[in-house]
Write a protein of this length. Structure first.
Length: 200
């Protein structure tokens, strides 16, 4: 499971108490992927190696995938409360899983954009907004994506349910590539990327 803590603040209690001592967790159902706010105690009681799904939420109002995400704060609201979501910066060349559109979490490498040679986009505070990723599989493809849709790679045990037949072959190739790349260094992985800036 993935969790995201918001910092505890000394700001006015009525404004921040809703977020205090709570953790955002993401439903791992490929069709859902919504973020839910749960008490930090509940998060700490979960087995982090196991996936988390909406139905495990003890808050009955948000315990089903069909319930809209709704309360995930907008960046502007967080700023209003003096809160920030921090995505840790992942180094270029890292092996990651990316959630794009209706695809399942898909193995990819953080790689420089062939045109701009940048691999991440930061806001004025230096926090990561977006990453450039190269998807593994056949064929490779590339995308700028929200930092929220990127997590460090961990071996995927089984093929996701409901994987479209048209994606099955590419997914299998992607997993094979990822398995080989797991032991490689970031630099070695960048050499294996197909989309490269000219001077790279
Ligand atoms: Zn869900």
């Amino acid at each position: 499971m993935e969790g995201m803590n918001l910092p505890d603040l000394n700001a006015a209690e009525n404004e921040t108490s809703y977020y205090l001592d709570k953790t955002w967790v993401q439903c791992e159902s490929p069709a859902c992927m919504k973020w839910r706010l749960i008490p930090r105690r509940e998060f700490e009681g979960c087995d982090r190696d196991q996936p988390w799904y909406c139905h495990m939420n003890q808050d009955p109002l948000f315990s089903h995938c069909s319930v809209p995400e709704g309360l995930f704060p907008k960046i502007s609201q967080l700023q209003e409360f003096g809160l920030t979501l921090i995505y840790s910066k992942i180094p270029v060349g890292s092996l990651v899983l990316v959630k794009a559109g209706r695809w399942p979490w898909w193995p990819a490498v953080l790689s420089p954009d062939p045109v701009s040679a940048e691999y991440m986009e930061e806001d004025s505070e230096g926090d990561v907004l977006k990453y450039h990723v190269e998807f593994l599989g056949c064929p490779h493809s590339r995308l700028w994506t929200s930092a929220r849709a990127v997590q460090l790679y961990r071996a995927v045990a089984a093929e996701p349910k409901n994987l479209k037949v048209s994606l099955k072959k590419s997914y299998k190739v992607a997993l094979e590539e990822a398995a080989k790349m797991e032991r490689a260094t970031c630099e070695e992985r960048l050499q294996l990327c197909l989309f490269k800036p000219q001077e790279f």
